[in-house]
Design a protein around this ligand. Structure first.
Ligand code: HEC
Ligand code: HEC
Length: 220
């Protein structure tokens, strides 16, 4: 009797262990993206965003290292579907749009996003002048709810990190949101959330001020 109990205990243990192992394998095969494929698909992107994803101002291409995979995927999908970057006045967006077309399906988008998410961000050089970080801090009170106290973003709210974003790129995006070049397509769920927020910044000076504050957070 005792022996049988021991036996069934061990067979239960090994069955449970086998089960756990197969579940782990199943889980990883379902969720893990193919980073090798992502890296391969990223080759074309290096022309503008650079091998490390640090961006290139001359080409209007921002740093994309440091962004999380879900945000990256969403943007790539939005471009492909014409939800972002299809407005005739969106010169930089129109440059990026054909690049998203090189990603043939959902799996490829996820692979490249997963690869980019592994790249290490750097604090970009300041290029704007005249921003007042103290004034910007007051304006940032509105932004804080979504982009976070350290500007690190909030994945649940689909709000990207702004910590490693180029100042010139942020200024361009805030102007685009405000004028409706970005974020006015009804299918652009994230952009539609951000658009009214850009309205709280009355002019270019107010945008520069808030950007100066965001940069001060990143440098902390
Ligand atoms: C011809 C130059 C060029 C190439 C090549 C290119 N991009 Fe871009 N990319 C841009 C520009 C310009 C922007 C900024 C668009 C804007 O201002 O709205 C951009 C923006 C982005 C953004 C948005 C970042 C953000 O913070 O919202 C992502 C993500 C991105 N690119 C990913 C990629 C990927 C992945 C590839 C390769 C499949 C790629 N890009 C290839 C020019 C390029
Ligand atoms: C209600 C939540 C919310 C608030 C508040 C908010 N944002 Fe955003 N913001 C977003 C979302 C969501 C996106 C991504 C939009 C998309 O998917 O295209 C975004 C995008 C941005 C971008 C573009 C980032 C990129 O990589 O392209 C900038 C810059 C930005 N926000 C700055 C601000 C500033 C400055 C404020 C305060 C004045 C602010 N946001 C307030 C939700 C918010």
């Amino acid at each position: 009797m005792f022996q049988r109990m021991i036996f069934s205990y061990f067979s239960f243990r090994s069955a449970a262990a086998a089960c756990a192992i197969s579940l782990t394998l199943l889980g990883s095969s379902l969720s893990a993206q193919d980073l090798d494929n992502g890296k391969k698909m990223y080759q074309i992107c290096t022309a503008c965003h650079g091998a490390e994803g640090h961006g290139n101002q001359v080409l209007n291409a921002p740093q994309i290292a440091g962004l999380d995979a879900v945000y990256l995927e969403t943007q790539l999908r939005n471009w492909k579907e014409g939800i972002r970057g299809a407005h005739p006045d969106d010169t930089a967006g129109l440059q990026m749009r054909p690049m998203s077309m090189t990603l043939k399906d959902e799996e490829t988008i996820k692979d490249v996003a997963a690869y980019v998410a592994t790249l290490e961000a750097k604090i970009p050089e300041a290029t704007l002048e005249g921003g007042d970080a103290t004034k910007g801090q007051a304006a940032y009170a509105v932004c804080l709810a979504c982009h976070g106290p350290d500007a690190g973003g909030n994945a649940a709210l689909k709000s990207p990190s702004l910590r490693h974003q180029n100042d010139w790129y942020m200024l361009a995006q805030l102007k685009k949101f405000k004028s409706g070049i970005r974020g006015s397509n009804p299918k652009d769920v994230g952009g539609m959330q951000m658009r009214p927020m850009s309205m709280t910044l009355v002019d270019e000076q107010a945008m520069k001020d808030v950007i100066a504050h965001i940069r001060s957070l990143a440098e902390k």
